[in-house]
Design a protein around this ligand. Structure first.
Ligand code: BG6
Length: 494
């Protein structure tokens, strides 16, 4: 979101814990490569990749090249890649073993060309605590104030563990050193939400309970659990997606205009939204939250296994791969407007969509004409894969009758050949430049846990049943029970 001119990236050591994992291969390494290609990595910067696999430097380089080639596609350039690969070295070891940290320390000390270090924890949340303590034991967090630590989401597993983790971090690092990532905040289309709302006088006066019937936020994925069963089976979609990405989107849709476009002013407004979300009483959870798990099915015509058949998943797992929830934001602007949130893996399409449905117009004028039953207006903000905005209006069809049709005002986010930036490119550069604007403050995380905690608690107790849906569908029809009105339905298409 915008931000005063950031300082230039400083030379640093960039240490990736979990460098051989999925996130690293899919996002971190390609994003670093693109920054290299754009000339944004500082000359003296080195990257130390840490992983459990007993790989040689050559094994690591093969993995690095394969990951970068795969994600960069035709943006891969052999010369840039050689320069990029030079920066890397690989250290194998167990995250819990002090020996790994001694070796890391030696490596860091051997290269005095730069002193400040970024520790990027791309590992299971359950390992965060161990790594933070080991960094301290090895003296790698000192001098205090200099290094940065990046923690991937989910930050904790519930409100209590999040508080504990935060306390632990603060024991060894100052808040200014801590970067809590929610990569959705690095997406340009997500940042565009603020511009769409507050730079358009046309939109903002309508953005409230007087005109809006309900809001839907959907993040649908076609991908399954991939190779992440180990983490995902403990986490489930509520922790993995809803507590962070979807609630962040909700806050940006619902917040009041901040007094200035500054990181803390924005965060203050987002926290106010989270604090205004009506807590869900234990006896109402059934009406407010729904979970399910994918079974065997087909994605784009190819048959895929069910969740319980995925490698590393137990055949009795009840981890949810689909979650839908309804929240109310009890403030003057939103009182009574339901926010329906939904996310799932192995759904029919990849689609991240914010769909705002407006109220019916006062109907007297159109009684007994076809307009009486017309679908109200929608504003659609598509975040991915299509990056676009649409407003649906109604217009009379040319001819004698009072027949109508829907007309759409369409706007693409990008024009012509404007380049797509991956969220991680933005975020990694911010980390190196010491700009924390797009990272979460702990109170945001804490209030978000407070919103989902009652659901988590009940689901943890009820372990004997979970709805299923065939892979490649839009999830079970039972999720419709969340809607307040019969005429409300999930919007699955742009
Ligand atoms: C991650 C989740 O945070 O976001 C993944 O851990 C999910 O499970 C991913 O697939 C989705 O991100 P994006 O950017 O592809 O929408």
């Amino acid at each position: 979101m915008t931000l005063p001119q950031p300082p230039k990236a400083l030379p640093c050591h960039f240490v990736i814990f979990g460098a051989t994992g999925d996130l690293s291969a899919l996002k971190l390494l390609p994003a670093l490569y693109h920054l290299e290609a754009g000339g944004r990595l500082p000359g003296g910067m080195s990257v130390i990749a840490l992983g459990r696999r007993p790989w040689s430097e050559d094994d690591w380089r093969r993995h690095l090249e394969a990951s970068v080639r795969k994600q960069a596609g035709d943006r891969f350039n052999a010369r840039t890649y050689r320069r990029f690969a030079e920066r890397f070295s690989y250290l194998a070891g167990d995250l819990h073993d002090p020996e790994l940290y001694r070796a890391l320390s030696e490596k860091l000390c051997a290269d005095q060309s730069c002193v400040d270090t970024v520790f990027y924890l791309s590992i299971k949340p359950s390992d965060f605590g161990a790594v933070i303590k080991q960094l301290d034991l090895a003296g790698l967090n000192r001098p205090r104030g200099l290094h940065r630590i990046v923690v991937e989401k989910p930050f904790g597993e519930d409100i209590e563990s999040a508080r504990l983790l935060n306390r632990l971090l603060h024991e060894f690092f100052d808040e200014e050193q801590v970067y809590r990532i929610d990569h959705y905040l690095g997406k340009e289309t997500v940042q565009n939400l603020v511009v769409f709302r507050f730079a358009n006088t046309l939109i903002e006066p309508l953005w409230n309970r007087n005109y809006i019937d309900h809001v839907q936020i959907s993040v649908a994925e076609q991908a399954g659990v991939s190779g992440r069963a180990d983490y995902y089976d403990q986490s489930g979609a509520l922790r993995d997606m809803l507590q962070n990405h979807l609630l962040q989107l909700l806050t940006l849709v619902a917040m009041e205009p901040p007094p200035a476009l500054e990181a803390d002013a924005l965060r203050d407004e987002k926290v106010k939204v989270l604090r205004s979300i009506r807590p869900i009483a234990e006896q109402s959870i059934h009406a407010h939250a729904f979970r399910a798990q994918y079974g065997q099915g087909a994605i784009e015509g190819a048959s895929v296994p069910g969740y319980q058949e995925e490698p590393g998943v137990s055949s009795h797992s009840i981890a949810e791969t689909f979650v839908a929830a309804k929240f109310y934001v009890d403030n003057w602007r939103w009182r009574g407007v339901p926010f329906y949130l939904r996310t799932g893996k192995r759904l029919a399409q990849k689609l991240s969509l914010i769909a705002i449905r407006f109220r019916h117009p006062p109907q007297q004028l159109f009684r007994e004409t076809p307009l009486e039953f017309i679908e109200p207006n929608w504003v659609l903000l598509s975040l991915q894969p299509s990056e676009s905005m649409h407003i649906e209006l109604h217009s009379k069809q040319p001819g004698l009758g009072m027949d109508t049709r829907t007309v759409r005002l369409n706007a693409s986010y990008r024009q012509g050949r404007e380049k797509t930036l991956d969220a991680y490119e933005t975020l990694l550069l911010d980390i190196m430049e010491g700009d924390r604007s797009l990272f979460l403050r702990f109170d945001e995380v804490e209030w978000a846990w407070r919103v989902v905690d009652p659901i988590l608690r009940q689901w943890t107790r009820q372990r004997d049943f979970i709805h299923t849906y065939p892979a490649g569908s839009w999830g079970p029809p039972e999720a419709d029970r969340l809607f307040d009105k019969l005429e409300q339905a999930w919007r699955n298409q742009l």
